[in-house]
Design a protein around this ligand. Structure first.
Ligand code: ZN
Length: 209
């Protein structure tokens, strides 16, 4: 049986770490957006994941261990996603804190169509990390389309001092079946940490899609 508490100072830190691990800032575009940004990984990390309304993305666990994926069982279709760290220059002000942010590292989940476009650019212009990428998004859902233009950079992108890359294998690591079931049932899902505040504007975007 799983304890409903842990005791001690170290355990307290471990608990907070466990609950904030899944927090990532995601890179989103709304229809009509045009952004010049940078990809920070030479290659994507390729995963299958599920989208849960209001809760975000969860890596599919079907076929990777002994447990069946409860999201697959529920009829939620897994998506192939190819994930990069990116540097998003866009500036925005958090409604919750009133603070303004820009130049943040985010993770970008790309579908196969867009990945193939990026692959073509890479073949023609060289490593993605050495390109300034301008992307614009038009339309939504089934009728979405992207336009991508690139410019070669002299050197690699320099991150702002306080930013670092996400360890993708860590932040995208699959949860257990039990954790997924709890999330699906809305039981004991971790309270949004205060770190989530700067995510406000974008949260709305993925809830709608
Ligand atoms: Zn699944």
């Amino acid at each position: 049986m799983v304890n409903w508490y842990s005791k001690g100072f170290e355990e307290a830190e471990a608990q907070v770490a466990a609950n904030s691990q899944s927090f990532t800032r995601d890179f989103f575009l709304k229809s009509g957006d045009e952004v010049q940004f940078n990809i920070l990984d030479d290659e994507p990390l390729n995963i299958r994941d599920h989208f849960l309304n209001g809760k975000g993305w969860f890596t599919c666990i079907q076929g990777i261990g002994d447990e069946n994926c409860p999201l697959c069982e529920s009829g939620n279709k897994a998506t192939n996603h190819f994930v990069f760290n990116v540097l998003d220059p866009r500036e925005y002000t958090s409604k919750a804190t009133g603070e303004t942010y820009k130049n943040q590292v985010k993770i970008w989940r790309v579908g196969i169509t867009l990945l193939r476009v990026l692959e073509k650019k890479r073949a023609k212009y060289g490593p993605l990390t050495k390109l300034d990428i301008t992307i614009s998004k038009m339309g939504q859902g089934q009728s979405v389309s992207y336009d991508i233009e690139v410019d070669k950079r002299e050197k690699a992108v320099k991150l702002p001092e306080e930013e670092k890359l996400y360890d993708l294998t860590e932040v995208l690591a699959p949860k257990t079946r039990k954790e997924l079931v709890n999330i699906m049932n809305n039981v004991s899902s971790p309270a949004p940490s205060s770190d989530n505040d700067d995510d406000d504007d974008e949260e709305i975007d993925w809830k709608k899609s």
